[in-house]
Design a protein around this ligand. Sequence first.
Ligand code: 5GP
Ligand code: ZN
Length: 135
Amino acid sequence: MTDCIFCKIIKGEIRAYKIYEDEYCIAFLDINPLNPGHSLVVPKLHVENILDADDETVSAVFRAVKRVSRLLLDKLKASGVNVLHNAGREANQEVMHFHVHVIPRYDPHDLKLTDWWRSNVKKLDLEEIYRRIVS
Ligand code: 5GP
Ligand code: ZN
């Protein structure tokens, strides 16, 4: 896509700190990192997000996510990674080219990603939610 910022990075029209490349994907440093080494894994094919991508693209992206995670652990001496994908504007996706965030972690308290472990869905709602999903 001509006006897509990540397509431009893939084509080399916009500069990025590329840390990984294979046949299907590249990974580069996020311009606004949450932690040192925060990277984005991006398929070379322009698709919006995981919901829009074919299975081969999803597989290729997550294979690259694993390799990039290992690279960050090895080179930056990180001790874990958070892997995050925002699919859709409601989920805070801002760049509409499929990308997976790989965020190295150095300490359990170095970053507060979200309050997602403090669910606002009451336990009692689980049964109803479950029935809606499996019906
Ligand atoms: P989203 O909210 O869409 O999941 O995240 C988009 C990410 O892309 C953000 O973390 C943002 O910092 C990053 N980003 C946006 N524009 C650029 C850019 O031009 N270069 C790089 N390296 N990262 C970008
Ligand atoms: Zn694109």
